[in-house]
Design a protein around this ligand. Structure first.
Ligand SMILES: Cc1cc2nc3c(=O)[nH]c(=O)nc-3n(C[C@H](O)[C@H](O)[C@H](O)COP(=O)(O)OP(=O)(O)OC[C@H]3O[C@@H](n4cnc5c(N)ncnc54)[C@H](O)[C@@H]3O)c2cc1C
Length: 395
Protein backbone atom coordinates (compact mmCIF):
# COMPACT_ATOMS: atom_id res chain seq x y z
CA UNK A 1 0.00 0.00 0.00
CA UNK A 2 1.38 3.41 -0.99
CA UNK A 3 0.20 6.33 1.11
CA UNK A 4 -0.07 9.86 -0.27
CA UNK A 5 -1.78 13.06 0.79
CA UNK A 6 -3.41 13.36 -2.61
CA UNK A 7 -4.18 10.94 -5.43
CA UNK A 8 -5.14 12.51 -8.76
CA UNK A 9 -6.68 10.19 -11.38
CA UNK A 10 -6.09 11.34 -14.98
CA UNK A 11 -2.85 12.94 -16.19
CA UNK A 12 -4.43 15.35 -18.64
CA UNK A 13 -4.50 19.13 -18.50
CA UNK A 14 -6.54 19.51 -15.31
CA UNK A 15 -4.96 16.61 -13.43
CA UNK A 16 -1.41 17.79 -14.07
CA UNK A 17 -2.20 21.37 -13.06
CA UNK A 18 -3.82 20.17 -9.84
CA UNK A 19 -0.91 17.83 -9.03
CA UNK A 20 1.62 20.63 -9.62
CA UNK A 21 -0.20 23.07 -7.37
CA UNK A 22 -0.70 20.54 -4.58
CA UNK A 23 2.93 19.40 -4.85
CA UNK A 24 4.14 23.01 -4.64
CA UNK A 25 2.23 23.29 -1.36
CA UNK A 26 4.26 20.39 -0.01
CA UNK A 27 1.52 17.78 -0.40
CA UNK A 28 2.68 14.29 -1.39
CA UNK A 29 0.90 13.66 -4.67
CA UNK A 30 0.45 10.58 -6.88
CA UNK A 31 -0.89 11.12 -10.39
CA UNK A 32 -2.41 7.94 -11.87
CA UNK A 33 -2.90 7.57 -15.62
CA UNK A 34 -4.25 4.50 -17.38
CA UNK A 35 -2.62 5.33 -20.72
CA UNK A 36 1.05 4.75 -21.46
CA UNK A 37 1.65 8.45 -22.22
CA UNK A 38 0.70 11.74 -20.66
CA UNK A 39 -1.55 14.47 -22.07
CA UNK A 40 -2.69 12.80 -25.28
CA UNK A 41 -5.36 15.40 -25.94
CA UNK A 42 -2.89 18.22 -25.40
CA UNK A 43 -0.61 16.63 -28.00
CA UNK A 44 -3.24 16.63 -30.74
CA UNK A 45 -4.92 19.87 -29.73
CA UNK A 46 -4.97 22.98 -31.85
CA UNK A 47 -3.82 21.05 -34.91
CA UNK A 48 -0.65 20.00 -33.02
CA UNK A 49 0.11 23.54 -31.78
CA UNK A 50 -2.20 23.52 -28.71
CA UNK A 51 -4.52 26.48 -28.40
CA UNK A 52 -3.61 26.53 -24.70
CA UNK A 53 -5.79 29.44 -23.56
CA UNK A 54 -7.89 32.37 -24.65
CA UNK A 55 -7.32 35.94 -23.49
CA UNK A 56 -11.09 36.45 -23.35
CA UNK A 57 -11.87 33.48 -21.09
CA UNK A 58 -14.86 34.93 -19.21
CA UNK A 59 -17.77 32.91 -17.74
CA UNK A 60 -20.01 33.95 -20.67
CA UNK A 61 -17.90 31.72 -22.93
CA UNK A 62 -18.91 28.57 -21.06
CA UNK A 63 -22.05 26.43 -21.07
CA UNK A 64 -23.31 24.76 -17.89
CA UNK A 65 -26.59 24.22 -16.04
CA UNK A 66 -25.10 26.70 -13.58
CA UNK A 67 -23.41 29.40 -15.70
CA UNK A 68 -21.91 31.12 -12.63
CA UNK A 69 -20.10 28.05 -11.34
CA UNK A 70 -16.91 28.65 -13.35
CA UNK A 71 -16.65 32.32 -12.27
CA UNK A 72 -14.52 31.90 -9.15
CA UNK A 73 -11.91 29.51 -10.59
CA UNK A 74 -11.53 31.52 -13.82
CA UNK A 75 -11.03 34.71 -11.81
CA UNK A 76 -8.47 33.18 -9.47
CA UNK A 77 -6.32 31.48 -12.12
CA UNK A 78 -6.58 33.46 -15.32
CA UNK A 79 -5.35 33.11 -18.89
CA UNK A 80 -2.56 35.58 -18.01
CA UNK A 81 -1.46 33.34 -15.11
CA UNK A 82 -1.06 30.43 -17.51
CA UNK A 83 0.71 32.66 -20.05
CA UNK A 84 3.18 33.59 -17.31
CA UNK A 85 3.98 29.90 -16.79
CA UNK A 86 4.41 29.39 -20.54
CA UNK A 87 6.74 32.41 -20.72
CA UNK A 88 8.74 31.19 -17.72
CA UNK A 89 9.47 28.02 -19.70
CA UNK A 90 10.61 30.05 -22.71
CA UNK A 91 7.86 28.67 -24.95
CA UNK A 92 7.21 30.94 -27.93
CA UNK A 93 3.55 31.54 -28.75
CA UNK A 94 1.32 33.74 -30.86
CA UNK A 95 -2.22 35.06 -30.85
CA UNK A 96 -4.08 33.68 -33.85
CA UNK A 97 -7.50 35.31 -33.81
CA UNK A 98 -10.12 36.19 -31.21
CA UNK A 99 -7.68 35.95 -28.27
CA UNK A 100 -6.60 32.37 -29.08
CA UNK A 101 -3.01 31.62 -28.00
CA UNK A 102 -1.07 28.85 -29.77
CA UNK A 103 2.49 27.52 -29.43
CA UNK A 104 4.77 28.62 -32.29
CA UNK A 105 6.40 25.20 -32.12
CA UNK A 106 4.42 22.20 -30.96
CA UNK A 107 1.90 21.12 -28.32
CA UNK A 108 4.57 18.79 -26.95
CA UNK A 109 6.19 21.90 -25.40
CA UNK A 110 3.15 22.36 -23.15
CA UNK A 111 3.28 18.68 -22.13
CA UNK A 112 7.02 18.92 -21.43
CA UNK A 113 6.42 22.05 -19.37
CA UNK A 114 3.78 20.31 -17.26
CA UNK A 115 5.96 17.22 -16.77
CA UNK A 116 8.88 19.41 -15.70
CA UNK A 117 6.62 21.28 -13.24
CA UNK A 118 5.41 17.91 -11.87
CA UNK A 119 9.03 16.88 -11.40
CA UNK A 120 9.86 20.12 -9.55
CA UNK A 121 6.78 19.64 -7.34
CA UNK A 122 7.86 16.04 -6.60
CA UNK A 123 4.69 14.52 -8.05
CA UNK A 124 4.86 10.74 -8.50
CA UNK A 125 3.43 9.78 -11.89
CA UNK A 126 2.19 6.22 -12.49
CA UNK A 127 1.47 5.38 -16.15
CA UNK A 128 -0.38 2.28 -17.41
CA UNK A 129 -2.19 2.30 -14.09
CA UNK A 130 -5.73 0.86 -14.28
CA UNK A 131 -7.90 1.93 -11.38
CA UNK A 132 -10.05 -1.01 -10.28
CA UNK A 133 -12.00 0.24 -7.27
CA UNK A 134 -12.31 3.37 -5.16
CA UNK A 135 -13.54 3.15 -1.57
CA UNK A 136 -13.94 5.75 1.15
CA UNK A 137 -13.18 5.05 4.79
CA UNK A 138 -11.24 7.70 6.76
CA UNK A 139 -9.58 8.68 3.53
CA UNK A 140 -9.73 6.98 0.13
CA UNK A 141 -8.48 3.54 -0.82
CA UNK A 142 -7.72 3.17 -4.53
CA UNK A 143 -7.04 -0.33 -5.86
CA UNK A 144 -5.14 -0.35 -9.15
CA UNK A 145 -3.33 -2.71 -11.48
CA UNK A 146 -0.10 -1.20 -10.10
CA UNK A 147 -0.95 -1.75 -6.42
CA UNK A 148 -3.06 -0.02 -3.79
CA UNK A 149 -2.97 3.66 -2.91
CA UNK A 150 -4.35 5.39 0.17
CA UNK A 151 -4.92 9.16 0.27
CA UNK A 152 -6.71 11.82 2.27
CA UNK A 153 -7.86 13.58 -0.91
CA UNK A 154 -8.92 12.09 -4.22
CA UNK A 155 -9.16 14.21 -7.36
CA UNK A 156 -11.02 12.93 -10.43
CA UNK A 157 -9.58 14.50 -13.58
CA UNK A 158 -10.45 11.86 -16.17
CA UNK A 159 -11.96 14.24 -18.73
CA UNK A 160 -14.90 13.67 -21.06
CA UNK A 161 -15.89 11.06 -23.63
CA UNK A 162 -14.67 12.60 -26.85
CA UNK A 163 -12.00 10.85 -28.90
CA UNK A 164 -11.96 7.45 -27.13
CA UNK A 165 -8.70 6.61 -28.92
CA UNK A 166 -6.95 9.20 -26.72
CA UNK A 167 -7.92 7.30 -23.57
CA UNK A 168 -11.33 8.85 -22.81
CA UNK A 169 -13.52 6.80 -20.47
CA UNK A 170 -16.75 6.97 -18.42
CA UNK A 171 -14.67 6.55 -15.28
CA UNK A 172 -15.28 10.01 -13.78
CA UNK A 173 -19.05 9.82 -14.28
CA UNK A 174 -19.15 6.35 -12.71
CA UNK A 175 -17.24 7.55 -9.63
CA UNK A 176 -19.67 10.47 -9.33
CA UNK A 177 -22.60 8.06 -9.42
CA UNK A 178 -20.91 5.72 -6.95
CA UNK A 179 -20.86 8.60 -4.46
CA UNK A 180 -24.46 9.58 -5.17
CA UNK A 181 -23.77 12.66 -7.30
CA UNK A 182 -25.97 13.57 -10.25
CA UNK A 183 -24.40 13.62 -13.72
CA UNK A 184 -25.92 16.12 -16.15
CA UNK A 185 -26.67 14.11 -19.34
CA UNK A 186 -23.62 14.15 -21.60
CA UNK A 187 -23.42 14.69 -25.34
CA UNK A 188 -20.77 15.29 -27.99
CA UNK A 189 -20.17 19.03 -28.54
CA UNK A 190 -17.90 21.28 -30.57
CA UNK A 191 -18.78 18.81 -33.26
CA UNK A 192 -20.01 18.88 -36.87
CA UNK A 193 -23.75 18.80 -37.60
CA UNK A 194 -25.12 15.83 -39.52
CA UNK A 195 -27.85 16.67 -42.05
CA UNK A 196 -31.16 14.84 -42.34
CA UNK A 197 -31.22 12.46 -45.30
CA UNK A 198 -33.09 15.04 -47.40
CA UNK A 199 -30.64 17.82 -46.66
CA UNK A 200 -27.70 15.49 -47.17
CA UNK A 201 -28.90 14.80 -50.71
CA UNK A 202 -29.64 18.49 -51.24
CA UNK A 203 -26.22 19.74 -50.16
CA UNK A 204 -23.79 16.89 -50.78
CA UNK A 205 -22.58 18.58 -53.97
CA UNK A 206 -21.18 21.35 -51.76
CA UNK A 207 -18.82 18.99 -49.86
CA UNK A 208 -15.47 20.67 -49.47
CA UNK A 209 -16.75 24.25 -49.86
CA UNK A 210 -15.83 26.65 -47.06
CA UNK A 211 -16.91 30.25 -46.55
CA UNK A 212 -17.36 32.84 -43.81
CA UNK A 213 -20.85 32.69 -42.30
CA UNK A 214 -22.82 33.25 -39.11
CA UNK A 215 -24.40 30.21 -37.49
CA UNK A 216 -27.12 30.62 -34.85
CA UNK A 217 -28.54 27.98 -32.53
CA UNK A 218 -30.79 28.54 -29.52
CA UNK A 219 -29.96 32.26 -29.48
CA UNK A 220 -26.17 31.87 -29.68
CA UNK A 221 -24.64 33.34 -32.87
CA UNK A 222 -21.12 32.64 -34.15
CA UNK A 223 -19.56 34.45 -37.07
CA UNK A 224 -16.60 32.41 -38.34
CA UNK A 225 -15.93 29.91 -41.11
CA UNK A 226 -18.20 27.02 -42.11
CA UNK A 227 -17.33 23.95 -44.15
CA UNK A 228 -19.78 21.73 -46.03
CA UNK A 229 -18.90 18.05 -45.60
CA UNK A 230 -20.27 14.91 -47.24
CA UNK A 231 -22.62 14.42 -44.30
CA UNK A 232 -23.33 17.88 -42.90
CA UNK A 233 -21.85 21.16 -41.77
CA UNK A 234 -18.54 21.70 -40.01
CA UNK A 235 -16.07 24.58 -39.58
CA UNK A 236 -15.57 26.73 -36.47
CA UNK A 237 -18.94 28.55 -36.57
CA UNK A 238 -20.85 25.25 -36.85
CA UNK A 239 -18.77 23.59 -34.13
CA UNK A 240 -19.39 26.51 -31.76
CA UNK A 241 -23.14 26.43 -32.46
CA UNK A 242 -23.20 22.67 -31.71
CA UNK A 243 -22.52 23.57 -28.07
CA UNK A 244 -26.05 25.03 -27.93
CA UNK A 245 -27.75 22.33 -29.99
CA UNK A 246 -30.05 19.61 -28.70
CA UNK A 247 -32.25 17.21 -30.68
CA UNK A 248 -35.25 19.12 -32.01
CA UNK A 249 -33.44 22.49 -32.19
CA UNK A 250 -33.02 24.22 -35.54
CA UNK A 251 -29.79 25.75 -36.84
CA UNK A 252 -29.88 28.94 -38.87
CA UNK A 253 -27.05 30.04 -41.16
CA UNK A 254 -26.44 33.51 -42.56
CA UNK A 255 -24.35 32.86 -45.67
CA UNK A 256 -23.75 36.58 -46.25
CA UNK A 257 -23.04 38.06 -42.82
CA UNK A 258 -21.23 41.06 -44.31
CA UNK A 259 -24.52 42.59 -45.51
CA UNK A 260 -28.00 42.89 -44.01
CA UNK A 261 -31.07 41.45 -45.76
CA UNK A 262 -32.08 44.99 -46.74
CA UNK A 263 -28.62 45.71 -48.15
CA UNK A 264 -28.77 42.48 -50.16
CA UNK A 265 -32.26 43.37 -51.48
CA UNK A 266 -31.24 46.88 -52.47
CA UNK A 267 -27.97 45.70 -54.04
CA UNK A 268 -29.90 43.24 -56.24
CA UNK A 269 -32.63 45.84 -56.94
CA UNK A 270 -30.03 48.37 -58.06
CA UNK A 271 -28.29 45.79 -60.32
CA UNK A 272 -31.69 44.79 -61.70
CA UNK A 273 -32.33 48.29 -62.97
CA UNK A 274 -28.83 49.27 -64.12
CA UNK A 275 -29.45 47.68 -67.51
CA UNK A 276 -26.32 45.52 -67.44
CA UNK A 277 -28.35 42.33 -68.04
CA UNK A 278 -26.16 40.44 -65.55
CA UNK A 279 -27.33 37.09 -64.25
CA UNK A 280 -28.07 36.73 -60.56
CA UNK A 281 -25.59 33.83 -60.28
CA UNK A 282 -22.77 35.95 -61.73
CA UNK A 283 -23.51 38.79 -59.35
CA UNK A 284 -23.74 36.66 -56.24
CA UNK A 285 -20.56 34.82 -57.19
CA UNK A 286 -18.75 38.10 -56.46
CA UNK A 287 -19.61 37.52 -52.81
CA UNK A 288 -20.13 33.77 -52.39
CA UNK A 289 -18.49 30.57 -53.68
CA UNK A 290 -20.00 29.74 -57.08
CA UNK A 291 -21.14 26.27 -56.02
CA UNK A 292 -23.10 27.72 -53.11
CA UNK A 293 -24.71 30.31 -55.40
CA UNK A 294 -25.76 27.67 -57.93
CA UNK A 295 -27.17 25.35 -55.27
CA UNK A 296 -29.18 28.06 -53.54
CA UNK A 297 -30.45 29.56 -56.80
CA UNK A 298 -31.84 26.16 -57.80
CA UNK A 299 -33.21 25.63 -54.30
CA UNK A 300 -35.18 28.87 -54.60
CA UNK A 301 -36.38 28.15 -58.14
CA UNK A 302 -34.39 30.82 -59.92
CA UNK A 303 -34.06 30.08 -63.61
CA UNK A 304 -30.88 30.83 -65.54
CA UNK A 305 -32.12 34.17 -66.84
CA UNK A 306 -30.92 37.72 -66.38
CA UNK A 307 -31.58 39.37 -63.04
CA UNK A 308 -34.12 41.70 -64.64
CA UNK A 309 -36.22 38.71 -65.75
CA UNK A 310 -36.32 36.96 -62.35
CA UNK A 311 -39.71 36.95 -60.63
CA UNK A 312 -39.67 39.20 -57.56
CA UNK A 313 -40.96 36.36 -55.34
CA UNK A 314 -38.07 34.07 -56.32
CA UNK A 315 -35.53 36.82 -55.64
CA UNK A 316 -37.07 37.55 -52.25
CA UNK A 317 -37.04 33.85 -51.40
CA UNK A 318 -33.35 33.65 -52.39
CA UNK A 319 -32.46 36.70 -50.26
CA UNK A 320 -34.17 35.16 -47.25
CA UNK A 321 -32.64 31.77 -48.00
CA UNK A 322 -29.11 33.15 -48.10
CA UNK A 323 -29.54 35.26 -44.99
CA UNK A 324 -31.41 32.67 -42.89
CA UNK A 325 -30.91 29.20 -44.31
CA UNK A 326 -32.43 26.98 -41.63
CA UNK A 327 -32.07 23.25 -41.18
CA UNK A 328 -32.87 20.66 -38.54
CA UNK A 329 -29.77 18.49 -37.95
CA UNK A 330 -30.22 14.77 -37.53
CA UNK A 331 -27.48 14.89 -34.91
CA UNK A 332 -23.81 15.66 -34.52
CA UNK A 333 -21.00 13.46 -35.77
CA UNK A 334 -20.38 12.02 -32.28
CA UNK A 335 -17.63 11.37 -29.77
CA UNK A 336 -15.31 10.02 -32.45
CA UNK A 337 -14.73 13.56 -33.74
CA UNK A 338 -16.16 15.94 -31.11
CA UNK A 339 -13.69 18.16 -29.30
CA UNK A 340 -15.52 18.04 -25.99
CA UNK A 341 -18.29 16.48 -23.95
CA UNK A 342 -21.10 18.75 -22.81
CA UNK A 343 -22.70 17.93 -19.44
CA UNK A 344 -20.94 16.01 -16.68
CA UNK A 345 -20.76 16.08 -12.90
CA UNK A 346 -23.49 18.41 -11.63
CA UNK A 347 -21.86 21.59 -10.33
CA UNK A 348 -24.49 21.82 -7.57
CA UNK A 349 -22.62 18.98 -5.88
CA UNK A 350 -19.30 20.89 -5.88
CA UNK A 351 -17.78 23.94 -4.24
CA UNK A 352 -17.00 26.49 -6.95
CA UNK A 353 -14.02 27.64 -4.89
CA UNK A 354 -12.31 24.28 -4.34
CA UNK A 355 -14.13 21.76 -6.61
CA UNK A 356 -14.69 19.55 -3.53
CA UNK A 357 -17.96 17.60 -3.19
CA UNK A 358 -20.26 19.04 -0.57
CA UNK A 359 -21.40 15.57 0.52
CA UNK A 360 -18.09 13.67 0.22
CA UNK A 361 -15.30 15.60 1.94
CA UNK A 362 -11.94 14.97 0.27
CA UNK A 363 -13.39 14.08 -3.15
CA UNK A 364 -12.80 16.59 -5.95
CA UNK A 365 -13.79 16.78 -9.64
CA UNK A 366 -11.95 19.04 -12.09
CA UNK A 367 -11.70 19.74 -15.82
CA UNK A 368 -13.97 18.43 -18.54
CA UNK A 369 -15.63 15.76 -16.38
CA UNK A 370 -17.50 18.62 -14.68
CA UNK A 371 -20.59 20.18 -16.28
CA UNK A 372 -18.66 23.19 -17.61
CA UNK A 373 -17.96 23.32 -21.36
CA UNK A 374 -16.20 26.14 -23.13
CA UNK A 375 -16.39 27.52 -26.63
CA UNK A 376 -13.87 26.52 -29.24
CA UNK A 377 -10.66 28.57 -29.01
CA UNK A 378 -8.64 27.69 -25.89
CA UNK A 379 -11.50 28.02 -23.40
CA UNK A 380 -11.59 24.34 -22.47
CA UNK A 381 -7.93 24.20 -21.58
CA UNK A 382 -8.34 27.37 -19.52
CA UNK A 383 -11.14 25.68 -17.58
CA UNK A 384 -8.86 22.67 -17.03
CA UNK A 385 -6.03 24.92 -15.75
CA UNK A 386 -8.33 27.07 -13.58
CA UNK A 387 -10.32 24.24 -12.00
CA UNK A 388 -7.12 22.19 -11.54
CA UNK A 389 -5.44 25.16 -9.88
CA UNK A 390 -8.43 25.75 -7.57
CA UNK A 391 -8.48 22.13 -6.37
CA UNK A 392 -4.68 22.17 -6.09
CA UNK A 393 -4.91 24.95 -3.47
CA UNK A 394 -7.39 22.98 -1.39
CA UNK A 395 -6.47 19.28 -1.45
C1 LIG B 1 -8.93 16.90 -31.25
C2 LIG B 1 -9.09 17.82 -30.08
C3 LIG B 1 -8.51 19.07 -30.11
C4 LIG B 1 -8.68 19.96 -29.04
N1 LIG B 1 -8.08 21.18 -29.09
C5 LIG B 1 -8.24 22.04 -28.07
C6 LIG B 1 -7.58 23.29 -28.09
O1 LIG B 1 -6.77 23.60 -28.98
N2 LIG B 1 -7.85 24.16 -27.05
C7 LIG B 1 -8.68 23.82 -26.00
O2 LIG B 1 -8.88 24.64 -25.10
N3 LIG B 1 -9.27 22.61 -25.96
C8 LIG B 1 -9.07 21.72 -26.95
N4 LIG B 1 -9.66 20.49 -26.87
C9 LIG B 1 -10.41 20.15 -25.65
C10 LIG B 1 -9.41 19.81 -24.52
O3 LIG B 1 -8.45 18.89 -25.01
C11 LIG B 1 -10.09 19.23 -23.30
O4 LIG B 1 -11.19 20.02 -22.92
C12 LIG B 1 -9.10 19.12 -22.13
O5 LIG B 1 -8.05 18.26 -22.49
C13 LIG B 1 -9.78 18.61 -20.89
O6 LIG B 1 -8.82 18.44 -19.90
P1 LIG B 1 -9.01 17.31 -18.78
O7 LIG B 1 -7.74 17.29 -18.01
O8 LIG B 1 -10.28 17.53 -18.06
O9 LIG B 1 -9.19 15.96 -19.60
P2 LIG B 1 -8.14 15.22 -20.55
O10 LIG B 1 -7.13 16.18 -21.05
O11 LIG B 1 -8.96 14.47 -21.51
O12 LIG B 1 -7.37 14.24 -19.57
C14 LIG B 1 -8.00 13.15 -18.97
C15 LIG B 1 -6.95 12.12 -18.67
O13 LIG B 1 -7.52 11.09 -17.88
C16 LIG B 1 -7.10 9.84 -18.38
N5 LIG B 1 -8.08 8.84 -17.98
C17 LIG B 1 -9.33 8.66 -18.47
N6 LIG B 1 -9.93 7.64 -17.84
C18 LIG B 1 -9.04 7.17 -16.94
C19 LIG B 1 -9.07 6.11 -15.99
N7 LIG B 1 -10.13 5.33 -15.86
N8 LIG B 1 -7.97 5.90 -15.22
C20 LIG B 1 -6.88 6.68 -15.35
N9 LIG B 1 -6.78 7.68 -16.23
C21 LIG B 1 -7.86 7.93 -17.02
C22 LIG B 1 -7.01 10.05 -19.87
O14 LIG B 1 -6.18 9.08 -20.49
C23 LIG B 1 -6.40 11.44 -19.92
O15 LIG B 1 -5.01 11.43 -19.86
C24 LIG B 1 -9.47 19.58 -27.91
C25 LIG B 1 -10.04 18.31 -27.87
C26 LIG B 1 -9.86 17.43 -28.93
C27 LIG B 1 -10.48 16.07 -28.84
Amino acid sequence: METYDVVVIGAGAAGMMCAIQAGRRGRRVALLEHAGVIGQKIRISGGGRCNFTNRGATPERYVSENPDFCRSALARYTAEDFVELVRAHGIAFHEKTLGQLFCDGSAQQIIDMLIEECRRARVTIALNCQVQTVKKADGFLIKTSAGDYAAESLVIATGGLSLPKTGATHFGYRIAEQFGLRVVPTSAALDAFVFSENDRRRFEELAGVSLPAAVTCHGARFEEGILFTHTGLSGPAALQASLYWQPGRKVSVDLLPSMSTDELRSWLAQKKTDGSGAKVETLLAERLPRRVVDRFCRLHNLTPRSLAQQPAAALESLCRGLKAWTFMPRGTAGYGTAEVTRGGVDTKALSSKTMECHTVPGLYFIGEVVDVTGWLGGYNFQWAWSSGWAAGQAV
